[in-house]
Each structure stands twice: as C-alpha cells, then as structure tokens.
Design a protein around this ligand. Structure first.
Ligand code: HEM
Length: 340
C-alpha cells in the first residue's frame, strides 16, 4: 500500500516544489487545477488528497492539444501495475513453461522418427505461395516476438549483460523493427487464412486425434487429413490470435487515431497478453516443425515430404491426393521422385 502511494506522494511534492513564485501569491500557472483554488497550503493538500485517492490532476495549457493538459490519471497507475507485475509473471511463466515442456519432451521422447524409415518417394505438401506466406509470417513473428520480449524483460535480463549504451541501441532498432514488421506479419496472417481455412475446419477426426493424444503421447498414429487437430489449433491461434495482436498493435502504433487513452490502455493489455501466450504456443510449434519430428521441416523447406512421413501423419490426405492424381489426366500433387 505504502509503495503504491509513494510515487503519487513524490509527484505531488514535486509539483508543489516546482510551482513558480507567482503561485505562492495565488496567480494562475500552467500545471494548476482547471478550477484554480487559492494557492495555499490547503490547496496543495487538496491536490495531494486527489492524487492519493485516485483522482485526476489536470492542468491548463496554451497548446492546442487538450490531451496534454492531463497530468495524472488513475488508470495510468493500474496500467503500470499490469505492465510491471501481471505481464511479467504471465509472460515469464508462459514462455519459460513452454520451453521447459519442450525440453522435457525432447529428453523423454527424443525426436519422433518416421516409422519404417524414409520411403525415398516424396509428395508435394506446400506450394511456393504457401511456403512464402508461412515464412513471411514466421520470420516477422520471430523478430516481433524477440523485440517485444525485450520491451518487457530486456531491462532486467539484457541491460545488465550488455550495458546501457548497447542496450539503448538494441532497443531502438528493436522498436523500429517491431513497428515496421507489424505490416508483413498482418499481411501473412491474412494470406495464411485465405490459403488454409478450407483445410482447417474442425471435424470428428480431430476429436479422435485429441483423444489419442495426437500420437505424441502413447502409441499409434491417429488418422488425420491435410492438417491434424493440433495443427488446426496452431492455425486458429495464428489467425485469430494474430489478427487480435495485430489490430491492438495498430491501435498503439497510431496513438489517438482510433481511441482515447483509456482505449489504448485496454489495447496494450490485449496486445501484450495475447502476444506472450502466442509466443509460448509458437515455441511448441517451432519445436515440432524442426528438431522434434523427423521429416517435418521439409514440408516448409522444399515443400516435398517423404511419402512414409505423409502416410504416418496425414494418411487421409495422402489417400485424397492419390485419388486426385489418378483421376486427373495429368497427375498433380502426388508424384514419385525416387530416392536422392
Ligand atoms: C520460425 C520457425 C518455424 C518453423 C521451423 C515452422 C515450421 C513449420 C512446418 C514444418 C510446418 C508444416 C507442418 C506440416 O507439414 O504438417 C508449419 C506449418 C504452419 N506454421 Fe510454422 N514454423 C515456424 C514458425 C511459425 C510461426 C511463428 C507461425 C505463426 C505465427 C507459424 C504458423 C504456421 C501455421 C499456421 C502452420 C499450418 C498449421 C500447422 O502445420 O501447424 N509457423 N510450420
């Protein structure tokens, strides 16, 4: 309680100390209340009381921007409290928790292999447009995530390691990157939605997939179409989470264009909380798409995956592609390439 009151007390004392001599005689100055009270000790006490009981302190200003007259507003303290405590805890637990889970999973289960080894034949999984959209979204997300985490944790984790000058330069460039990469990220989210929404509508197969633990825990590989239940979750987290994080980010990027200070504080809370949760989810996704599963990365690397990998994880999709290829005069999609 005392710790929460101290900043307000200090600020109020600072204000009193900064009052020019004229104020001592009751003259109007900027920084005094809009309904000026005699500048006596009683008025200062009233001011202080207002600050301590959560009231606003507004001033009279001569510049056109009326918003600059608001010196203190109580929601600002709640926002700061959120930023310094709630966000740090939620973000820290989510990100470190997911890193811990992924590490334990790797140590306990190792890399998920292709059953029976590689077939030596491949099938096209993602075309160049899909891979381009994925990497544009993923690349910008990674930089946005790192520069965003630096805003929240950098002062405690990085500043002591590299010193104030390097930290200032890093944070400045990080902030530029954070502002500009918001655009390719948002575009990527829209593209991924348009490209993949038809394959990501939840169905009964997904329920069975989740019941079987996705084949990650226990034994056996549950049936799946082009995307399994877990991947559909990743898709909707990317699309819905990404859209909300981007929208709330744009509200902050263009101050007062869309809303007032109270609205921007809500946008900040939505933006920061969803972003740290999304970062945690993406750590799991990145692990499975690279080190965690043999053959998975090829889908987003060359676009071609080994046939045995495809059958193991997306059996229904392979059947569909094979049917399509047989039915078509010029077979597309599934093609044998031979071992190389
Ligand atoms: C940066 C490292 C990343 C790697 C190595 C990676 C890898 C992959 C791979 C291999 C796939 C295809 C999986 C399959 O064939 O079934 C995939 C799909 C996908 N990725 Fe990523 N990814 C990364 C980052 C991201 C990020 C940051 C996002 C979103 C912000 C994202 C969103 C998606 C989505 C929505 C899919 C389709 C659903 C799924 O397969 O889970 N990826 N990724």
């Amino acid at each position: 309680m005392i710790a929460r009151l101290l900043p307000a007390l200090a600020l109020a004392l600072g204000l009193v100390a900064a009052l020019p001599a004229a104020a001592q005689f009751g003259g109007p100055v900027s920084g005094t209340p809009t309904n000026p009270v005699p500048a006596t000790a009683t008025a200062d006490e009233l001011e202080l009381q207002k600050a301590l009981t959560g009231g606003r302190i507004a001033g009279r200003i001569s510049i056109p921007d009326e918003r600059a007259a608001s010196l203190i507003q109580p929601e600002g303290r709640e926002w700061r409290e959120f930023r310094t405590t709630v966000l740090s805890w939620v973000g820290g637990i989510a990100v470190l928790g997911m890193l811990g889970i992924v590490t334990l999973f790797y140590l306990g289960k190792g890399r998920i292999p292709i059953d029976g080894g590689k077939a030596g034949h491949s099938i096209q999984r993602f075309n160049v447009l899909e891979r381009g959209a994925h990497w544009m979204t993923a690349g910008s997300f990674v930089v946005l995530a790192l520069s965003g985490l630096n805003l929240t944790f950098g002062r405690f984790l990085i500043l002591p390691l590299i010193g104030p000058e390097s930290f200032a330069a890093l944070s400045l460039w990080g902030k530029f990157a954070h502002n500009f990469l918001a655009f390719p990220f948002a575009l990527g989210v829209v593209l991924l939605f348009l490209l993949w929404v038809k394959d990501n509508i939840p169905n009964r197969l997904d329920i069975a997939w989740f019941k079987a633990g996705g084949g990650l825990v226990g034994h056996g590989h549950p049936e799946a179409g082009r995307f399994n239940g877990g991947q559909k979750m990743v898709f909707w987290i990317t699309v819905l989470g990404g859209a909300l994080v981007a929208a709330s980010g744009f509200v902050l990027l263009f101050p007062f264009w869309f809303t007032d200070i109270a609205g921007m504080q809500v946008a900040y809370i939505v933006h920061a909380l969803l972003a740290v949760l999304m970062i945690a989810a993406m750590i799991g996704h990145i692990y499975i798409g690279s080190a965690g599963m043999e053959g998975a990365f090829d889908a987003m690397g060359s676009g071609q995956v080994d046939l045995n990998w495809a059958k193991q994880h997306h059996g229904r999709w392979v059947e569909e592609e094979t049917r399509k290829a047989r039915g078509a005069a010029a077979p597309r999609g599934a093609r044998a390439q031979g071992a190389d």
